[in-house]
Design a binder for this molecule. Structure first.
Ligand code: GLN
Length: 196
């Protein structure tokens, strides 16, 4: 069974743990570099990117994650998690991992629609749209040449992939549909770290 870490420093950790389980994986809370060694992939949940980024740096998780990403370690970032993966963030830059070649704009939806639910068409998950929540979500305002856009909403990218890095501006873990997590888990099984 594939072991999926959920970065458990701050944010909606329990919802992601439940979705990993629903998708057929074994969820593991990750708070330290030691925890990271036992997992095959890592989810960076939504929350407050400044807080999560600061704690990651304090525990040395930022450098450990960057090193693994160079080996092809799979990451799935949602909302604040996407912000942390980006190489550039507008609207106040938290300490970033800087592994995903996109520029994001934090809290970029207007006040009225700061948070809303929506149905997003995600072709890689099949024809049924995915029920998601945008919660003080960022917008992806630049996509690098090696980044694939897997889904758009109102003409803008909301789900992107760069190799084994997957990231969404929305929360896929709230409505109880595990298809997004299943898709991530399927990619994870094809990764293995270099022999020590
Ligand atoms: N607004 C948060 C940030 O900029 C992200 C919100 C979320 O993860 N739902 O860090």
């Amino acid at each position: 069974m594939v072991r999926i870490g959920v970065l458990a420093l701050q944010g909606d950790v329990q919802e992601h743990m439940a979705m990993v389980e629903a998708a057929g994986g074994r969820p593991v809370e990750v708070r330290t570099v030691e925890h990271l060694k036992g997992v095959d992939g890592l989810i960076l949940p939504g929350g407050e990117s400044t807080t999560i980024g600061g704690l990651m740096a304090r525990y040395g998780l930022d450098e450990a994650i960057r090193e693994r990403v160079r080996w092809g370690f799979p990451l799935f970032g949602t909302c604040a998690g996407l912000i942390l993966m980006a190489v550039e963030a507008l609207g106040g830059e938290p300490p970033l991992l800087g592994v995903l070649d996109v520029t994001v704009h934090r809290n970029a939806y207007g006040r009225q629609r700061e948070s809303f639910e929506a149905e997003v068409e995600v072709p890689i998950l099949g024809p049924a749209p995915l029920a998601v929540a945008f919660i003080r979500a960022p917008r992806i305002v630049r996509v690098g040449p090696n980044v694939e856009v897997l889904a758009t909403f109102r003409g803008e990218p909301v789900l992107v992939r760069q190799g084994n890095l997957l990231a969404a501006t929305f929360h896929p873990e709230i409505a109880g549909d595990p298809r997004m997590h299943k898709f991530f888990l399927e990619g994870v099984t094809s990764w293995s770290p270099p022999a020590a």
